[in-house]
Design a protein around this ligand. Structure first.
Ligand code: ATP
Length: 362
């Protein structure tokens, strides 16, 4: 069995709490992505798991065993960090073989493993090259290969794809996910790239200022954000989040005032809502349907600016001097200055309280 568990893990550097009371569990065969803006504590968390940083407080369990006091080399983890170090005098094949030398394998077994990994990571053609003859992306793939070629208990990756060009990144995301899903190990990947997290993870932990804001499946992180930070951080273009208040409540249907307009939204259940309080309403730019005329379930506004996105356009809508954005098909042939009517799609609207905590998705 291979699991990683963090219990109330905290790391302070002087006055700065880089990681603040983080608890999470990564099960066998789970890929957890730590995702968040620069400086939120992702790498520090990973380094503590690896034993490269000593926790100020809390526990790290690998396979249910407390490893707080264990040296890195005794934790049986495989790591691939952003700043990979390949042996410059060894070929790609020899670099891949290096971690296997301590494993008591026959020459034949080592060769088979090298070719297996080389195939997965498309390294066959460069297997006899030395690091100085490799492109940056190739070096990174060798580093990933070296990390997964042994049979460690768990995998830790820090921005493993950061040096790859866009096309290769896309291919590698899928491939690494496939490789990891066959290995049945707990894996933690640090990334600031949400697409990387959404495609590779089975579970995402969104961090901010050392704290975990939400841990959920990639689908739920996107579709059911628990607060306005996660809602705004995940998804491009960014979610529209506007101040609002509730002007009328009719069982599960709320009449919401925002952008100096009123809109009715059915949340499917009666909510604990107070008419006198302030709320935030969140709707992703892709979560609006274009409708022909104003209804009590639509918002309206004038198109201020159109950004071309290929087959789609990003429309900046001016509504009573406030603005929001929507993505629509280019085929609608919308023009600047046009008044349009937009109805939020069912189950793609998010209501948050004044502290930014979610109240309902509807
Ligand atoms: P990035 O994506 O930029 O690497 P991150 O989310 O991985 O960011 P960390 O590298 O974990 O963030 O850093 C968290 C905070 O801790 C930052 O404010 C950073 O400056 C600080 N920090 C990290 N390592 C040290 C250290 N050795 N000494 C002092 N402060 C540190």
């Amino acid at each position: 069995m291979s699991t990683i568990e963090l219990q109330n893990l905290t790391k302070s550097f002087g006055d700065l709490t880089a990681v603040n009371n983080v608890s999470l569990k990564v099960d066998e065969n789970e890929v957890l992505c730590l995702l968040g803006p620069s400086g939120c504590g992702k790498t520090t968390t990973l380094r503590m798991v690896a034993g490269l940083e000593i926790a100020t407080s809390g526990n790290i369990l690998i396979d249910n065993k407390n490893v707080n006091e264990l040296e890195t080399r005794d934790r049986n983890l495989a790591m691939a960090f952003q700043f990979y170090a390949l042996y410059p005098s060894l070929t790609v094949g020899e670099n891949l073989a290096n971690p296997l030398h301590a494993e008591n394998l026959s020459e034949k077994e080592i060769k088979e493993k090298i070719f297996e990994i080389a195939d997965i990571l498309q390294l066959r053609e460069i297997i006899n090259r030395k690091p100085h003859q490799l492109a940056e992306g190739e070096k990174q793939r060798v580093a990933v290969g070296r990390a997964i070629i042994r049979d460690p208990q768990c995998f830790l990756f820090d921005e493993p794809l950061s040096r790859l060009d866009v096309q290769l990144r896309e291919q590698m995301r899928g491939q690494i996910k496939e490789v990891l899903s066959d290995l049945n190990k707990a894996t933690v990947i640090v990334t600031h790239d949400q697409l990387e997290a959404l495609t590779m993870a089975t579970k995402i932990a969104v961090m901010r200022d050392g704290l975990i804001e939400q841990i959920s499946s990639p689908h739920d992180i996107f579709a059911k954000p628990e607060n306005t930070f996660v809602a705004g951080f995940i998804g491009t273009p960014q979610m529209n989040i506007a101040d609002c208040n509730i002007s009328n409540i009719n069982s599960s249907v709320l009449e919401i005032s925002l952008l100096n307009q009123k809109i009715e939204i059915d949340f499917g259940k009666t909510l604990d809502i107070n008419k006198n309080e302030n709320y935030f309403l969140g709707v992703r730019p892709r979560s609006f349907d274009l409708v022909d005329a104003e209804t009590n379930e639509s918002l309206s506004g004038e198109v201020d600016l159109i950004e071309n996105m290929g087959s789609e356009v990003l429309l900046h809508i001016n509504s009573n001097n406030a603005s929001f954005r929507t993505v629509q098909s280019r085929s609608h042939k919308i023009k600047v200055g046009e008044k349009i009517y937009l109805k939020p799609k069912k189950s793609q609207v998010h209501l948050f309280n004044s502290d930014g905590k979610v109240i309902a998705h509807g």
